[in-house]
Ligand binder design. Sequence first.
Ligand SMILES: C[S@@+](CC[C@H](N)C(=O)[O-])C[C@H]1O[C@@H](n2cnc3c(N)ncnc32)[C@H](O)[C@@H]1O
Length: 262
Amino acid sequence: MNIHQAKQFIKHFFSAKRKGHGVHSPFAYQLCEEVFYNENAFYDFETLSFVREDLLNDKTVLRIEDFGAGSKAFKSNQRKVKDIAAKAISTQKQSEIFYKLINFLKAKHCLELGTSLGLNTLYFAKAAKHGSVTSIEGSKSLFDVANALAKKQKAENINFICGKFDEVLPKILNEIPALDVLYIDGNHAYEATLNYFKMALQKKHNNSVFIFDDIYWSAGMTKAWEEIKHHASVTLSIDMFYFGLIFFREEVKEKRHLKFWV
Ligand SMILES: C[S@@+](CC[C@H](N)C(=O)[O-])C[C@H]1O[C@@H](n2cnc3c(N)ncnc32)[C@H](O)[C@@H]1O
């Protein structure tokens, strides 16, 4: 954790709510009950935790081209699958929250920016069984690993795209009917994050959620998060420290910014 993250972590620890009590927005309260603090283990979770276990034991070395804002976890571009699984993908807790969120919103059209090993993509695909997931990855070696993993798990509703976000996003946004869930988890830089957000707005609707990973990764990311949550189209923002969620629901009459600890 860098100094910026540590400071923000302490702030979050003391200001975030631990449960839905006292949350005035009925929708946010429902999110607490059904998503954030819902202790139910879904049937898919066991299978997906075995997949994670396998990745955590996989000593295959990959050569990774870094397209994002750099990595704090790795110095070299030769990385073992097991190290990527341990340090550079969504945690089990995080992916399970996303699964419950997709399930709760009955989301069908999901888009992930940053596939990596494709484990989180599998959570999305299993939660959106009757829909599909598009996931973009710039590194060809990671794209290949994710493809092979999805094939092995018989996840047929994933469309993996190998390319740089800036180059492929306009076409994908043109083709996707709507964005029910957008997860931005790569290129954690101020300008890039704001650009992807603004581009994606064209496909948002009343039931959409946009998820931004690593909102406290750097001062630039926190600045981007602050601007995004205050955008005129956003009616509710939820800060979970490791990621932030924004909603555009018209029934949330008074704009709200909430913080939760999970
Ligand atoms: C944090 S990882 C994604 C983890 C994954 N979403 C998960 O939850 O497990 C970010 C990925 O985004 C990719 N990436 C970063 N910037 C990119 C860019 N501009 N274009 C394409 N891919 C990029 C990196 O190669 C990396 O694999």
